[in-house]
Write a protein of this length. Structure first.
Length: 536
């Protein structure tokens, strides 16, 4: 069976999706398991033993959800629906509503309630309006940075409530949506005075996570000190995925051009960091084996520094698996590594499956892997042509090859993310491949300059030069994004699509790509066999 790990992960996912019907499917799965085992004993063929794993994985997926839904004795959902004073860590980027009521919504991981340590997560609606006088209100900062950001520790007070049911029968309710993510309580503050941020010392967070969060906050504060708010917001997004300081207007420009992913640390950014470390550490006298171990430690730390989002965890897991394969002298199988990464994340928290970030990042990467045999053909042609040239012409062809690779990568990512984005946003950017072809090549430059900027902070003259260079580069990036956004081409609007559309889209897309890929491999094997026969 081809791609067994991929199909095992798919079956596990279907088990999660169909947890509500486990009482129906459990007897069927047990029957199939026994049936395949009997066939294995009768025919002694290994294929039946492999097929017997699928019903077990389906049950494992559903059982994993049931285990995570079981509330621990110290879970916040066991508290009565009263007013409480509590402390927690912001676990998602706040969704900001700066017009009108001025509030933010996010997920909060509990630390303690009324001084008592508790676990679990709640959905918070954080008020930005103050009960102060009109003159005092005018002095309140209502910018994006006014609200907490991912990783901040916050004290707040309000009433715990049960999420609301659906207003229209047949529609998924807000309560059901939150329960899929393991959240059973909401809390809404009444005004700005009901909450405030806590320092790292008084937060109650300690150890590895605390060190990572302190590093994140120190880096962001350093950017805010040396750069303008706009430049600091964009650079913070590129380096750490911190989009909290980004203005709504600029965020909309990135969205229109399909370049928002540049501000969300993911595979592209992790790949650049790992490549830089692989190049730099041996130059410093570190052996390849120890360099791999140091990079693995760095990736584990960087997961928390960059926000711990599914895209970051997936990219770090995949990079870790590639490095582990290198240590074991094994050739990487990209589809297996993606599948294992997804399986690990879902075992840790099945609610990830219902998060948009998880869906779009894995759908995009799987599509890129499936498309890679077709996207690489024109690049191989350019590479062979560049190898035959010398001097300036060779350098020019290398540059064309780099930009063409970024363009094709963007086209593949657009195809891969379409099924998820079109259902959520009802629109798709038409500018994405062209804008990304111009901007993606700049990302390694930002990482290199930012690293030099941090290393030269004590050396004022040199640091000033790097700050000026970074400001100029960021201004170019912002100008390109806004220029593309103002072209008037914009986005393609779609009607509201049903929830099953992504299943249909990716099923047809991946099925067709894998079939074409397998057909191409078979053709090559046949040609090789014919050549060997002719030579014999």
């Amino acid at each position: 069976m081809k791609r067994p790990v991929f199909f095992c992960t798919l079956v596990f996912i279907f088990g999660i999706l169909l947890t509500d019907f486990i009482t129906i499917f459990a007897p069927i799965c047990l029957f199939l398991f026994c049936f395949f085992l009997i066939l294995k004993l009768m025919t002694r063929r290994e294929v039946w033993l492999k097929l017997a794993l699928f019903p077990l994985l389906f049950i494992a997926g559903s059982w994993n959800v049931v285990l995570h839904q079981f509330c621990a004795a110290d879970d916040v959902s066991r508290l009565p629906l009263h007013y409480f004073r509590l402390t927690g860590v912001v676990q998602s980027d706040p969704n900001l509503h700066l017009q009108g009521d001025n509030f933010a919504t996010f997920t909060l991981e509990m630390l303690n309630v009324e001084g008592k340590t508790l676990s679990g997560e709640i959905f918070v609606v954080l008020a930005g309006k103050s009960r102060k006088t009109k003159q005092e209100k005018e002095n309140i900062d209502t910018s994006v940075s006014y609200f907490p950001q991912y990783g901040d520790v916050i004290f707040l007070q309000g009433k715990l409530e049960i999420p609301k049911e659906a207003s229209n029968p047949g529609n998924e309710s807000f309560r059901e949506s939150l329960e899929k993510r393991g959240i059973r309580r909401t809390l809404k503050t009444r005004n700005r005075e009901d909450w405030h941020l806590l320092s790292d010392e008084s937060s109650g967070v300690s150890g590895w996570v605390s060190a990572a969060l302190k590093t994140r906050h120190a880096l962001l504060n350093s950017l805010r000190t040396h750069f303008s708010p706009v430049h600091a917001a964009v650079l913070g997004g590129i380096l750490l995925g911190a989009q909290g300081d980004l203005s709504p207007q600029l965020a909309e420009s990135f969205k229109i051009t399909g370049t928002s992913h540049l501000l969300s640390t993911a595979g592209l950014h992790i790949g650049i960091l790992v490549a830089m470390l692989f190049w730099a550490l041996p130059k410093l006298g570190v052996s390849r084996r120890y360099a791999c171990l140091l990079i693995l430690i760095f990736l584990a730390f960087f997961v928390f520094v960059a926000g711990g989002r599914p895209a970051v965890v997936r990219a770090c897991l995949m990079s870790g698996l590639v490095i582990g394969g290198y240590l074991l002298e094994r050739e990487p199988n990209w589809l297996n590594m993606i599948s294992i990464s997804a399986l690990i994340l879902l075992l840790m928290r099945p609610a990830h499956l219902y998060e948009f970030g998880f869906q779009v990042t894995f759908a995009t990467v799987i599509t890129l892997v499936a498309l890679s045999p077709f996207l690489m053909k024109p690049l191989h042609f350019l590479e062979r042509k560049a190898a035959k040239e010398k001097g300036v012409k060779r350098l020019g062809l290398r540059l064309v090859l780099y930009v063409a690779g970024c363009f094709l990568l963007s086209v593949g990512a657009q195809i891969g993310s379409f099924g998820s984005i079109v259902v959520r946003e009802n629109q798709v950017s038409l500018l994405s491949p062209f804008a990304n072809a111009m901007l993606v090549p700049l990302i390694p430059l930002f990482y290199l300059l930012s690293l030099l900027f941090l290393l030269t902070l004590p050396i004022a003259p040199l640091n000033s030069v790097l700050v000026a260079t970074l400001k100029g580069s960021l201004s170019v990036l912002i100008a390109v994004v806004q220029g593309w956004a103002n072209t008037g081409v914009g986005t393609l609007i779609f009607p509201i699509l049903p929830g099953w559309f992504p299943f249909l889209y990716y099923g047809v897309l991946w099925g067709a790509l894998f079939l074409l890929s397998d057909f191409g491999i078979l053709q090559k094997e046949r040609e090789k066999m014919l050549i060997e026969r002719a030579e014999a």
